[in-house]
Design a protein around this ligand. Structure first.
Ligand SMILES: [Zn+2]
Length: 391
């Protein structure tokens, strides 16, 4: 089952983009005029007649000329059907983008314009963060009441079925954001670097105390939150990617985690990074896929040997068992312990289908399942999603 969602987002007016829309609209009008006077409405004939001339005249990227030709042909056909007059067009027609002309990342889109590729920042409402890891497909930029909007379509495959399978423990930490017991390590290096950058930027702005500095500070905080959500989405996606329906994922119960691992830097790291959010993303993604998730008490998971359950010692990154001499990466040892503990317990079932996103997400109704289009449509706040199709 494939689900498709279209997000409608406000966009700042970018001069190059506006100019592209304007020229594109002129190109559509030109092609339509040519077709009308030559009595041609067929797309291929129209292309043959107009492509090179339009390309020379408007200097648009070829993809837009092809789009303009398509729109002109559609309009001419409906004019022909209704025996109408020569069609007129608005100054800013909706402009279509596909994978050749646009890319999306968590806080911006890169669009092909008449002046080359442009990065345009996007402010994505929290309610939409859950779609950030779906795969983006196409986009359409349009002008509505003097405001610029972008519609971006995202798709995702939703599988069904559930059975019994393997158990994977997920250890969250400092050196690695995540270590999975099936020997997958997710480094926190890049993320730390970026967070330090945000921290410095914020400190600088906090020292300034002006109104504009405060505004910028709020903006940057928002950016940082979205960055965290974006990383959490990608990490959780990666974790779930190798799990099959019927498998079990074991998470640590995070209560008391700050006491478990002391240190000022560590607290900054734990406090600022939303491990709860990461766990919730993992949980809702797993649940959709038919994977069970349990939470266990992480007590002693980093001190005992995953091989013989005796106490061991940790030096830096390494764990060494004092009893059997088994030695391995300390976080991996902890994650294996978590997996073992989780495979024995099924009492603490987590039955959340949706990620909990802090902030004003409470406004958004929780969607109980992704199964049917009607369910989704009924549960989505009105006016936020423009289209919603399930195939
Ligand atoms: Zn041992």
């Amino acid at each position: 089952m494939k689900s498709v969602v279209t997000l409608k987002l406000k966009m700042r007016k970018n001069p190059a983009l506006l100019q592209t829309m304007e020229v594109y609209s002129k190109a559509v009008a030109y092609i339509a005029e040519q077709g009308y006077t030559n009595k041609i409405s067929n797309r291929y004939q129209l292309h043959h007649l107009c492509y090179y001339r339009a390309k020379q005249q408007f200097h648009l990227p070829s993809q837009f000329i092809i789009n303009a030709n398509r729109v002109a042909s559609q309009t001419l056909r409906s004019v022909k059907k209704s025996k109408g007059r020569q069609p007129l067009f608005k100054a800013y027609l909706p402009l279509d983008f596909d994978k050749r002309t646009f890319t999306f990342s968590f806080d911006k889109v890169r669009l092909t314009t008449i002046e080359g590729r442009m990065d345009i920042p996007l402010d994505i409402p929290e309610y939409y963060w859950r779609y950030l890891d779906w795969s983006w497909q196409t986009a359409q930029v349009m002008m509505q009441h003097e405001q610029l909007f972008i519609h971006i379509t995202f798709t995702r495959n939703i599988p069904s079925v559930a059975n019994d399978g393997k158990t994977v423990g997920i250890d969250l930490g400092i050196r690695h954001l995540v270590v999975a017991s099936d020997k997958r390590f997710f480094s926190s290096k890049q993320v730390k670097k970026k967070r330090i950058m945000f921290k410095r930027l914020k400190a600088k702005l906090q020292a300034k105390c002006t109104k504009s500095a405060k505004q910028l500070l709020r903006k940057i905080s928002g950016r940082e939150q979205r960055f965290i959500a974006w990383v959490n989405h990608n990490v959780s996606k990666e974790i779930i990617s190798t799990a099959e329906p019927g498998d079990k994922i074991v998470l640590e119960n995070l209560k008391g985690i700050r006491r478990k691992r002391l240190g000022k830097n560590i607290n900054f790291w734990l406090h600022g990074w939303s491990f709860y959010q990461l766990q919730n993303f993992i949980t809702y993604k797993a649940t959709i896929k038919g994977i069970q998730v349990v939470k266990v008490n992480p007590c002693y998971t980093s001190q005992i040997c995953s091989h013989c359950i005796s106490l061991g010692s940790r030096t830096g990154n390494f764990f060494r068992c004092t009893q059997c001499g088994y030695s391995l990466n300390a976080d991996l040892n902890a994650s294996i312990n978590l997996a073992k503990r989780g495979s024995m317990s099924d009492s603490v079932l987590v039955a959340v289908n949706q990620p909990y996103i802090s902030g004003d997400d409470s406004k958004a109704t929780r969607v109980s399942s992704y199964r049917t289009a009607d369910e989704l449509r009924d549960n989505v706040p009105s006016g936020t999603l423009s289209t919603l199709v399930l195939e």
